[in-house]
Design a protein around this ligand. Structure first.
Ligand code: C5P
Length: 291
């Protein structure tokens, strides 16, 4: 099969768990989950061009926080895809790391998903969607949902994805206090959990107010254990909850990034400006969810 010779750019948006309920630990060691996932208009950017070898360069504000090149999920995704397609894993990949690392908004997972999409295009592979999703699941629980980057219900350990919506766009502020939290540690510290299968997927969610009212009946079961491991999360949530126009403040994924939903875009932008000034060491972004 002939390969493309032009460069391909793929956006890897931040993933936000609007709620995250945890169920029982499964035989494979992972926990059953139930989550409503949306994506924001901030994210990493990956560029793929033809090359003789496989090479990854990383730039952007969080480039230095990434682990050794060999650990990078992008390279693992490239090798896994090439292995499945029985083709040579060759490409030059440029990753612009705009999202904080190990922060509950799927940065690494979004990058891996973008690598699968971008390289399947660059290498002109004919991989069925289901096969790509199965491959994505071997790279991490959040990688399948990031393949589509659309609002979705997530169940199983993360591999069971169903479209949600259409959901209204939400005005949101994301805040990360600069503390990396390891997902496995948070699950290990988990004490109380809501369990899965309790949420009405048919609840009214057409207008922002409906969606926010629904979300108030849910929570993030990983928030309490993450708060114990990284007390900075308490301050982030308190500060977000004090902002004018805020409707809901909650942690995403296994943290430490928290989000707040606002009644309108200008309140979200004002809050982001205020928080950037009061806490210059925090990563603060006003954003809108993609629908
Ligand atoms: O799949 P991922 O690499 O994100 O998982 C990291 C760790 O988080 C797992 O090794 C496991 O300890 C925990 N985890 C879990 N249940 C899930 C997802 C992750 O227990 N559904």
């Amino acid at each position: 099969m002939t390969r493309r010779t032009d460069a391909i750019s793929v956006f890897a948006p931040a993933k936000i768990n609007l709620f995250l309920h945890v169920g029982d630990k499964r035989a494979d060691g992972f926990h059953a989950l139930e989550s409503l996932v949306v994506f924001a208009d901030v994210g990493d950017v990956l560029e793929f061009s033809p090359a003789e070898t496989l090479k990854l360069t990383v730039a952007g504000p969080f480039a230095d926080d990434l682990g050794a090149e060999g650990d990078n999920l992008v390279l693992r995704a490239a090798r896994a895809l090439a292995g499945r397609a029985r083709c040579a894993a060759t490409a030059e990949i440029k990753l612009t790391k705009n999202l904080p690392v190990a922060s509950g908004i799927g940065g690494g997972s979004a990058d891996a998903a973008a690598a699968l999409r971008g390289l399947a295009t660059l290498w002109q592979l004919n991989v069925a969607r289901g096969e790509l999703t199965a491959l994505a699941a071997t790279l991490g629980s959040d990688v399948p949902v990031c393949l589509e980057s659309k609002p979705a219900w997530m169940e199983g350990r993360g591999e069971r994805i169903a479209p949600a919506g259409p959901l209204p766009a939400l005005a949101m502020v994301l805040v990360n206090p600069g503390v990396a939290v390891a997902t496995a540690d948070v699950f290990r510290a988990l004490a109380r959990r809501r369990g899965t299968g309790t949420v009405d997927h048919a609840a009214r969610m057409k207008r922002p107010g409906d969606l926010i009212a629904f979300l108030k009946t849910t929570g993030n079961d990983l928030q309490a254990p993450a708060r114990d491991l990284a007390p900075a999360i308490v301050e982030v949530l308190d500060e977000l909850a004090r902002m004018p126009g805020v409707e809901l403040a909650r942690m995403s994924g296994s943290g430490a990034t928290c989000f707040a939903l606002f009644e309108d875009t200008s309140s979200a932008e004002m809050a982001a400006i205020a928080l950037s000034h009061s806490h210059p060491q925090w990563w603060v972004k006003a954003t809108r969810t993609l629908n």
